[in-house]
Ligand binder design. Structure first.
Ligand code: GLU
Length: 507
């Protein structure tokens, strides 16, 4: 790559960062790392009406948790600051005026009411999509239609105005997108977008282009929803005589059924988070996040990386470094990527299995507030890890390893408990009582002999045995569980369990 790679993630602080936004940040991060470039964050807050307090802090915190922090941005330093657009406010107006002077843009004085009336009138005449454009501008109140003396008068009187792009008639705007190939749009389909607003702020379009240029951005990697804005941006670069950055518009994230864009409401409605971390709205509504649900950040990032990109091999598990190594924009697909909650859980399970035992034990210790010994928690990990998705599952599902059961699975008991079962369990109990050594293989051997003597199948005794000891119908190996609990505890639980089960059966 000829120019130094400088990429930016440019969120607007209008709310929490959706996981699609994290993916955009991730691809920018991977691309920057891959080419020894710089990853920048710029906060695009020119639309002050949509500003949400706390959103910027949320975004920074979410990137930090995800492990994909930029190195330039607000609070991070860098030579191209400030990195918050409202703090750059003063620099945009001269750029906007430069375009008016070079006849690429013009002042428009129409009030919001006047424009609304035009829109309404057009609607009445069967044209619902009225636009300020190459055709309509000639009958509106702007510096192209008004005499220059009047324009000057209005400006000197401080009349409110906006600056609009003077979209040329019937020109093909062409640009190359690294994911989509050549994109061609005719200017007849584009309106005269506002570049500079009456509140003295630039619009997204102007600020975005001026900042990308002045911050020396080499590649603009952003979501597909910005593709329709790209022709205008390309024209702005042209109008200034600046070389445009390379563009890459990422595919949308779709709902699991492929039906439409994944929205912030889908998550909690369908039972999965769409945000990296919890977000509570000012009305107190909670949107859940991956972090608080107990996902490992690496699992979250691994899953996101593969939503729209593939490595071209069957490898699915990637550390962040491996992603940097494998990533390339030409393996990003054009088509929308369907979010798959089951696959997301699968990633989490894989990462849970890879966790070092010491880390898991220490997490369990924190979760259980130091109530159990290191040995107890190590065994919980060993026995439950393969069956769990989240660290907390090991404690919840394996609680019988630490505490006597308080509940028994009535449904399984009524289905599986036969008239002869109680007698069999009592006999098996007496055999265990007489066992000299109580390690897993001795118990297993005794169990096998017991079955052989009685000519019984495993299921006839093993499941009822499990139910009496753990209260539930499934779990890790019963001989491991028994050895861990110890003879005394096992016998006690069997007596209690048999009592409990018999009363459940007679309810
Ligand atoms: N501020 C835009 C957003 O909120 C950024 C678009 C871009 O990256 O150019 O997503």
């Amino acid at each position: 790559m000829s120019k130094p790679v400088r990429v930016r993630f440019a969120p607007s602080p209008t709310g929490p960062l959706h996981m699609g936004g994290v993916r955009t940040a991730l691809y920018n991060y991977l691309f920057a790392k891959k080419y020894n470039g710089t990853f920048i964050i710029r906060i695009e807050d020119t639309d002050q009406t949509r500003f949400v307090p706390g959103a910027q802090e949320y975004i920074m915190d979410a990137l930090k948790w995800s492990g994909i922090m930029p190195t330039e941005g607000p609070g991070l330093g860098g030579d191209f600051g400030p990195y918050v657009q409202s703090e750059r406010k003063a620099m945009y107006q001269p750029y906007a005026e430069q375009l008016v002077h070079s006849d690429k843009a013009y002042y428009a004085f129409d009030t919001a009411e006047e424009l609304e009336a035009m829109r309404e009138q057009a609607k009445q005449m069967g044209m619902p999509n009225w636009q300020y454009n190459v055709v309509t501008r000639s009958s509106l109140k702007n510096s192209l239609t008004l005499p220059s003396s009047e324009v000057e008068k209005l400006l000197s009187e401080g009349a409110p105005y906006v600056i609009r792009m003077k979209m040329p008639r019937n020109q093909d705007v062409r640009f190359h997108d690294l994911i989509r190939g050549w994109v061609v749009v005719n200017t007849n389909n584009l309106d005269d977008k506002v570049l500079f607003k009456s509140d003295g702020m630039p619009t997204y379009h102007l600020a975005n282009v001026v900042d990308d240029f002045t911050m020396k951005i080499s590649h603009v990697i952003r979501g597909e929803e910005w593709l329709p804005s790209a022709p205008l941006h390309v024209m702005l670069y042209d109008a200034y005589g600046w070389e445009a950055p390379e563009f890459a518009h990422l595919p949308l994230l779709l709902r699991p059924d492929g039906n439409g864009k994944l929205s912030k409401r889908d998550g909690d409605r369908l039972g999965f988070p769409v945000f990296p971390t919890d977000w509570t709205t000012s009305e107190g509504e909670l949107y859940s996040g991956y972090r608080e649900k107990g996902y490992f950040k690496d699992a979250f990032i691994n899953m996101l990386a593969l939503l729209g990109w593939n490595p071209g091999t069957i490898q699915e598990l990637f550390s962040l470094d491996e992603l940097v190594e494998a990533f390339s924009l030409d393996r990003v697909s054009k088509a929308g990527a369907k979010f798959d909650p089951d696959k997301t859980r699968w990633f989490q399970q894989q990462y849970l299995r890879q966790q070092p035992m010491v880390d898991l034990v220490s997490s369990l210790d924190t979760l259980s507030e130091g109530k159990y010994t290191h040995h107890q928690l190590s065994v919980v990990c060993e026995l439950m890890k393969e069956r769990a998705t989240f660290v907390s599952d090991m404690l919840i599902d394996g609680i019988y390893l630490l505490e006597k059961p308080l509940q028994w699975d009535k449904e399984t008991i009524s289905k599986k408990w036969k008239p002869e079962t109680t007698g069999l369990i009592q006999d098996w109990k007496s055999i265990m009582e007489n066992l000299q050594s109580f390690d897993a293989s001795s118990i297993e051997e005794a169990f096998k002999n017991f079955l052989a003597d009685r000519q019984l199948g495993t299921g006839a005794v093993l499941l009822p045995f499990r139910l009496t000891i753990t209260g539930v119908g499934a779990g890790p190996g019963m001989f491991d569980i028994s050895a861990f609990l110890g003879k005394e505890e096992v016998l006690e639980r069997m007596t209690e369990g048999l009592g409990k089960i018999s009363s459940l059966l007679h309810e």
